[in-house]
Write a protein that binds this ligand. Structure first.
Ligand SMILES: NC(=O)c1ccc[n+]([C@@H]2O[C@H](COP(=O)([O-])OP(=O)(O)OC[C@H]3O[C@@H](n4cnc5c(N)ncnc54)[C@H](OP(=O)(O)O)[C@@H]3O)[C@@H](O)[C@H]2O)c1
Length: 362
């Protein structure tokens, strides 16, 4: 299939401006890149934050800015030097914050080393729920600089290596949390203690939590419930919510010598951090493998991702059909993303991924 010259995209025309369906040229792949016809894009909180919050707007350097992080589709052209992909391969990948590499569009290019083939058993809608959340979970647990630095389970000696070591996860039903659970299980971490709303307890257990605590309990009740599960030191706490109240709870649950993973800037009082600086570490991963410091981990994971998805060790959310965690396909292609992001911003999406199909744009 040859590439068309133009396509529909979804962009914000100025910093913090309105969303607009925006015609844009289709890029040809450069050496080591593949071109992908995007069949499904997954929505993430960062997509509305870049439009609405100044701190996140800084991720974008050009306007109109085409946003979007998660995509799945079909390879339609390969650049010079690409040996591992062929036209017709079904793939997923996580885009980046430039018009060339973002995903709220119908066609895009991306470095082939950060594109993963997907098994025939998962749909494009399902595959588009995976990349950003999986990257963030993996970077938080396994990256050396801005993560805990555990040996990843797909690397030599990593599988099951951390048997008997507890993990506490705040936000077990979040998109990121669901992948933290699955990875923690393959790493052998145990017990895996997560918070969630009771309606999501079964879901969170199905993804790997050994114990689930009602996230609406008070901080002291949650901390006590963790102690009831394990008297061992909790050396890894992953706060997949990272609002002020969860950060303070996470930091208090963390044992001396441990590492806390936050996903948003730290709100833990500076004097506490200084007092504990020798004994408690706080890391904040930037959940995208495209960055230089994250790339090696991403390449190694993407080399085995198809197999992990095929065996079901890593599940795209809607795999668990019996559980209340479906993928929801938004209407009207790229246009439907605007309303989907408003729902994410209003905190009206629980334990599900919103997906749009760019080629359904009228
Ligand atoms: N640093 C990075 O690179 C990075 C990467 C990815 C995400 N993030 C940030 O991480 C956060 C999570 O992103 P996401 O896409 O994973 O979220 P998400 O899937 O949209 O999160 C929705 C879930 O949050 C849960 N929740 C809300 N408040 C909670 C609380 N106090 N305790 C426990 N669970 C709570 C709800 O669980 P229940 O329905 O069970 O109550 C709901 O299922 C966002 O702020 C996002 O911007 C940062």
């Amino acid at each position: 299939m040859s590439l068309p010259s133009t396509q529909q995209t979804l962009a914000i025309t100025t910093a913090q401006g309105a969303w607009e369906v925006y015609p844009y040229p289709v890029h040809e792949p450069q050496p080591d890149e593949v071109a992908i016809k995007i069949e499904a894009v997954g929505l993430n909180p960062v997509d509305w934050k870049v439009q609405a919050i100044r701190y996140f707007s800084n991720f974008v350097k050009e306007y109109p800015a085409i946003l979007g992080s998660d995509a799945a589709g079909v390879v339609v052209a390969v650049g010079e030097g690409v040996a591992d992909f062929a036209v017709g391969d079904r793939v997923l990948y996580q885009g980046y914050f430039t018009n060339r590499l973002s995903t709220f569009k119908q066609y895009s290019v991306f470095p082939s080393e950060l594109v993963a083939k997907i098994p025939d058993t998962i749909t494009f809608d399902q595959a588009a729920t995976v990349p950003l959340a999986l990257a963030t979970a993996a970077l938080g647990l396994y990256n050396a600089g801005n993560g805990v630095g555990l040996v990843a389970p797909w690397k030599e000696g990593g599988r099951g290596k951390y048997a008997g070591q507890p993990l506490v996860l705040l936000g077990g039903s979040t998109s990121v949390g669901q992948f933290v659970l699955q990875l923690a299980k393959i790493s052998g971490l145990s017990p895996i203690i997560a918070t969630a709303s009771p309606r999501n307890f079964d879901l969170v257990k199905a993804f790997g939590a050994t114990h689930v605590i009602d996230r609406k309990l008070s901080a002291s009740e949650i901390a006590a419930a963790v102690k009831d599960v394990t008297s061992d030191p909790v050396k890894i706490v992953y706060d997949a919510i990272s609002l002020e109240h969860t950060q303070l709870l996470a930091y208090s649950v963390l044992s001396l010598g441990g590492t806390l993973v936050l996903l948003l800037p730290s709100l833990i009082p500076e004097d506490r951090l200084i007092a504990d600086s020798d004994s408690k570490k706080v890391v904040i991963p930037f959940g995208n493998f495209y960055l230089e410091n994250n790339r090696e981990l991403g390449k190694s994971l993407y080399a085995v991702l198809r197999e992990l998805l095929e065996t079901g060790e890593i599940k795209a959310s809607p795999f668990l059909r019996a559980l209340p965690n479906p993928v929801e396909v938004l209407p009207e292609g790229l246009v439907g993303i605007v309303d989907g992001l408003a729902r994410l911003q209003a905190d009206k999406v629980s334990a599900r991924k919103l997906v749009a199909r760019p080629h359904e744009t009228k």
